[in-house]
Design a protein around this ligand. Structure first.
Ligand code: B12
Length: 476
């Protein structure tokens, strides 16, 4: 089949992010014998007239769209991308010479609302969850007129007025499947342009997340058990990007890098053994973390961690379903200090049980750890099928499933007014605290200039530097 794979993401905050998921599935299609063309809307004009013209001139046999984000998950300055996706698919449909050419949807954003988005975006098929196995199966079935019945994660229409049918995603039917079936083909999208404008390449050591944070989608997207990559295969992939693409800065996109700890240790030891001179960042949880692991991470090139703190007050932490205590958090911060490892905390305020007192306690506790940076969100972004959705639904915030087509945020009743102001007045004098939903952290031009100057780390590192501190709130 002649396939056109489009990455629909245009978000440039905090940086443009290389479409790794699309590079995985497009490669799987290639390996299954399909011819793959790719287009990346990150670098296309809006509306993407040259792309539409190409579709008119050279219609493919199938079009696949990768949707990474639904919105910026920030409140009250929410940016909802769904209207632009609607327009995009509508214009693609218009450009196609026939309704028979299938439009296939996938990606993390799509997988969060697979039934709703198939209807809403007028796709013919969707794949909920990972696509490396399912996507080629679907293409082969379409090409040969075969059945699509057993394809993991397949979403298809079931007649007017009926909800779309969804097969269980791949990780459900294959809970012990490894992740080494198919590496991504990074040449399919312009990696060097991303590393010039976004600093880092991205890579994955595992899929899945067994933690039970009540708001989180990772278990829905990747499964709730870890599926670990073979360490040698991971290192081979990493080494190839370092060698072939001359890239030395990475973000490890695992939901959590430091769990399970043995695997994380082996990855670090492998990087050291192969003498890969790289720098990398990742998401870390204080749960089960040890100083030993942080130390080997640092030696292996980790130059900063994004800590999924969320809250530092016991009651609010329980409301979010966190798996660690305040003392785990303060131990982690102390170890990072002693290792000179920069830390960016992510915080989420306004969950079940939050009060202004617990908000203040979290602010003070986190501040007392002397963080390099803090990214704080007001309100919990609620996604269907999460424990948070049950709470939001029981409180009447969501009445029917289609309400999720607009971003839904949960804020503990009574905090809506006070929360943004409390956070802003605390953060403003600090300089290294950013509130993406409340105050625009930096102008796109500032980001472009920093990247053009060759800066390769996540931009939060700069927040602790004096010249940038004053700019954050003045830039608005
Ligand atoms: C790592 C990460 C980040 C890192 C990325 C670093 C980097 N350089 O890559 C950072 C911290 C920068 C980041 C930022 C943001 N992120 Co983020 N991020 C993630 C995370 C944890 C992993 C993403 C990833 O790379 N996965 C690995 C790849 C291989 O998986 P994948 O893309 O899902 O692709 C698979 C499938 O989706 C499918 N697939 C993909 N495309 C296609 C296409 C077709 C046709 C098919 C059939 C299948 C298919 O197959 C792929 C391979 O199996 C996800 C959560 C998660 N667990 O997925 C959130 C996630 C994607 N992020 C999210 C958000 C909101 C953001 C931000 C907007 C937050 C903000 N306000 O700053 C920004 C946007 C950044 C941008 N420019 O787009 C949300 C999106 C949901 C939403 N509300 O829109 C997610 C889902 C987390 C969540 N809240 O649930 N993020």
């Amino acid at each position: 089949m002649d396939l056109l794979m489009i990455s629909a993401n245009r978000e440039t905050f905090p940086d443009p992010v290389y479409p790794l998921g699309a590079a995985y599935v497009a490669n799987a299609a290639q390996k299954a014998g399909h011819r793959v063309r790719t287009r990346d809307l990150m670098w296309e004009e809006d509306p993407p007239l040259p792309l539409l013209e190409e579709i008119r001139r050279r219609p493919p046999d199938a079009i696949a769209l990768s949707f990474r984000n639904l919105d910026n998950a920030a409140w009250p300055l929410t940016r909802n991308y769904l209207p632009s996706y609607r327009l995009l698919v509508r214009s693609i449909r218009k450009a196609l010479p026939s309704r028979e050419i299938p439009v296939i949807l996938g990606g993390s954003a799509y997988s969060l609302l697979p039934d709703l988005l198939l209807e809403e975006l007028d796709g013919d098929y969707g794949i909920a969850g990972e696509g490396e196995t399912s996507f080629p199966l679907l293409l082969n079935a379409l090409e040969n007129g075969g059945s699509t019945d057993g394809i993991p994660g397949l979403v298809r229409k079931s007649g007017p007025g009926n909800p779309a049918l969804i097969n269980p995603p791949f990780f459900r039917s294959n809970p012990s499947a490894g992740m080494d079936r198919m590496p991504p083909d990074r040449s399919l999208f312009d990696l060097s342009r991303y590393t010039r404008s976004g600093g880092m390449a991205n890579i994955q050591t595992k899929r899945g997340c067994p933690f039970k944070c009540k708001y989180c989608t990772y278990p829905l997207l990747e499964g709730s058990t870890f599926r670990l990559r073979d360490v040698r295969e991971f290192l081979d992939e990493l080494e190839e990007v370092v060698r072939k693409d001359k890239i030395r800065s990475f973000f490890i996109v695992d939901s959590i890098f430091n769990a399970p700890p043995d695997h994380a240790h082996q990855i670090c030891e492998g990087i050291l053994r192969r003498k890969l001179k790289i720098r990398w960042s990742c998401y870390v949880t204080p749960a089960g973390l040890t100083r030993d692991l942080l130390e080997v991470m640092k030696r292996a090139g980790c130059d900063g961690i994004e800590l999924g703190t969320d809250s530092a007050e016991q009651g609010a932490m329980a409301g979010l379903g966190k798996s660690f205590s305040v003392s785990h958090l303060t131990d982690t911060a102390r170890w990072c200090h002693s290792l000179s490892l920069p830390v960016c905390h992510t915080l989420i305020f306004g969950g079940p049980g939050e009060t202004i007192r617990s908000v203040r306690e979290t602010l003070d506790t986190v501040d007392a750890t002397h963080p390099t940076a803090v990214v704080a969100m007001a309100g919990i972004r609620v996604y269907p099928d999460t424990p948070m959705a049950e709470i939001a639904e029981s409180r009447g915030l969501v009445k029917k499933r289609s309400d999720y087509l607009e971003p839904v945020f949960y804020i503990e009743p009574g905090l809506e007014e006070e929360l943004p102001e409390t956070l802003l007045s605390f953060a403003r004098p600090k300089g290294n605290w950013i509130l993406p939903g409340i105050s625009i952290p930096y102008k796109p031009m500032t980001q472009k200039l920093i990247r053009r100057a060759g800066y390769k780390k996540p931009l939060w590192h700069l927040l602790s530097l004096a010249p940038f501190k004053d700019r954050i709130y003045r830039d608005r």
